[in-house]
Design a protein around this ligand. Structure first.
Ligand SMILES: Cc1cc2nc3c(=O)[nH]c(=O)nc-3n(C[C@H](O)[C@H](O)[C@H](O)COP(=O)(O)OP(=O)(O)OC[C@H]3O[C@@H](n4cnc5c(N)ncnc54)[C@H](O)[C@@H]3O)c2cc1C
Length: 451
């Protein structure tokens, strides 16, 4: 008899897992709090995108979806740095020109995954179903239908909480003894803005170079922009929530479009010139919060388990949250296939595989924020990156830049972190040795001249 799984949350990870498990012979009951996005169509509304890289693409390939997603994706082989004066500097992400991260529409990706899940005969989907209760020991979970206010319960061999960073399932698990939970909010918030498509110009329909992730690094804050297939760019401001003496331009002091315009005129004048909907975007788009969540254990009573952002929400600065969540889906499916008659053991194997990697990418994502906002605009940073790429070309076995390992390989995140730390230490020692040699040579030359 086939086993049954209830997946709570039909977001990016929940839908992909539904496809995998249905194909592995599970009956899948997929429940989602929101309405069915197929009723609305994904083209309506603002374009919001995200960057998918090697890990996400591998997971999509396994579901047969890579080509569909890549068809409308935009390659971003590097970052385009914008100075205050509007000068542009392109930096490759990798020394390998075939390497690029891909800008994809978030809603189109979710819709493609949802359609793939719906095409599986073993998957049933219910919308407007808000998870409110979990009895992990019995394998049962309760929902409220937000249309009818009716409560219902369902039970299964396995319950997966893929209900995002503010997971209801995790909230319930948290009340149990032995469940460790930590969240840390970033002191910065984010606000999305738009650069619309244009009808003329060098890059039309794009108002700027489309094949790049654009960054306006301003030290302590920044704006980024990713291209959309319709020619527009989704910009995201990352500003402090509260202004300080060091960083006076926070969301609390720049609240209205007039003040924001003045600030943009000083900090991002080239972008402001191509943002005709600036006032409305600034006034109406909300400021979002970003947080890192670490919790343990991810499973309870061998019947309920967390996956994706529900298990490990991270800040978005390495563009890896969805990529990591897709890797979770692969890992959980593999573990369940490796232990077909022992779900608790499979859940333990999945957590053992993923927890250390989730912790590693959480840390690297925080570090990357500092790199993006404070360092990418510096000449020394550009020189260092060129040197790293050169080193990788000359000795790829000895040196692989962290960005390459995270975005263009599927080396486990924890190994990428450990390896990049070792490499940094070796580089620092090499720089020290070089400095000592230079000082000795200079002293020797001075001694010869004076003799
Ligand atoms: C500004 C920003 C930019 C980002 N950029 C990138 C990027 O470039 N690349 C990248 O890889 N990642 C990025 N991410 C991270 C990425 O969005 C997440 O990691 C990813 O969406 C996680 O997928 P998920 O399925 O776990 O959660 P979600 O996609 O959040 O899905 C959770 C689902 O659960 C549903 N749900 C919630 N509560 C309940 C409930 N009680 N009952 C039933 N259903 C419920 C929700 O409606 C939703 O559909 C970014 C995140 C942010 C905030």
């Amino acid at each position: 008899m086939s086993k049954c799984v209830i997946i709570v949350g039909a977001g990016l990870a929940g839908c992909l897992l539904a496809v995998y498990l249905a194909r592995a012979g599970w009956d899948v009951d997929l429940r989602e709090r929101r309405g069915d996005p197929r009723d609305r169509g994904h083209v309506a509304g603002r374009s919001i995108n995200l960057a998918i890289s090697a890990r996400g693409l591998k997971a999509l390939r396994r579901a047969g979806l890579e080509d569909v997603i890549l068809r409308d994706a935009i390659r971003m082989p590097g970052r385009m740095i914008h100075s205050r004066a509007g000068a542009l500097a392109f930096q490759n992400y990798s020394s390998d020109p075939t390497h690029a991260i891909q800008s994809v529409s978030r809603s189109a990706l979710n819709l493609a995954l949802l359609n793939a899940a719906a095409a599986e005969s073993r998957v049933t989907m219910k919308f407007h179903q808000r998870c409110v209760h979990l009895d992990a020991a019995r394998g049962s979970v309760s929902f409220i239908d937000d249309n009818t206010a009716q409560e219902s319960s369902a039970s299964a061999d396995l319950i997966v909480g893929s209900d995002g960073a503010y997971s209801a399932l995790r909230g319930i698990m948290q009340k149990n003894e032995g469940f460790d939970y930590g969240q840390s909010w970033l002191s910065h918030g984010y606000k999305e803005m738009c650069i619309p498509a244009v009808t003329s110009g060098k890059h039309a329909p794009f108002a700027m170079e489309p094949k790049a992730l654009h960054i306006w690094p301003r030290g302590g804050s920044m704006m980024i922009a990713l291209p959309n297939p319709d020619g527009s760019f989704t910009c995201t401001l990352f500003w402090p929530n509260k202004s300080t003496a060091i960083n006076p331009n926070g969301f609390d002091s720049i609240r209205d479009p007039v003040t924001a315009r003045e600030h943009f005129q000083r900090e991002y004048p080239d972008a402001l010139a191509i943002m005709p909907t600036f006032d409305n975007d600034f006034a109406t788009n909300p400021v979002g919060a970003m947080l890192t969540i670490r919790c343990q254990p991810w499973s309870m009573h061998g019947r309920a388990v967390l996956l994706g952002d529900a298990a490990h929400a991270i800040v978005p600065f390495f563009g890896q949250g969805a990529n990591a969540s897709f890797e979770d889906c692969e890992s959980l499916t593999d573990a369940l296939e490796a232990h077909p008659d022992d779900i608790p053991r499979a859940l333990a194997a999945y957590e053992h595989d993923r927890k250390r990697n989730a912790d590693a990418i959480a840390e690297m994502a925080l570090t990357n924020f500092v790199e993006m906002r404070d360092k990418t605009g510096l000449r020394s940073f550009r020189i260092r990156k060129k040197f790293e790429h050169l080193l990788h070309d000359v000795a790829p076995r000895l040196y692989t830049p962290r960005y390459d390992m995270v975005s263009f390989s599927t080396i486990p995140y924890a190994d990428a972190l450990a390896r990049s730390r070792n490499q940094d230490r070796v580089l620092a020692l090499l720089a020290l040795a070089l400095a000592i040699v230079i000082v000795i040579l200079a002293a020797f030359v001075a001694w010869r001249v004076m003799r």
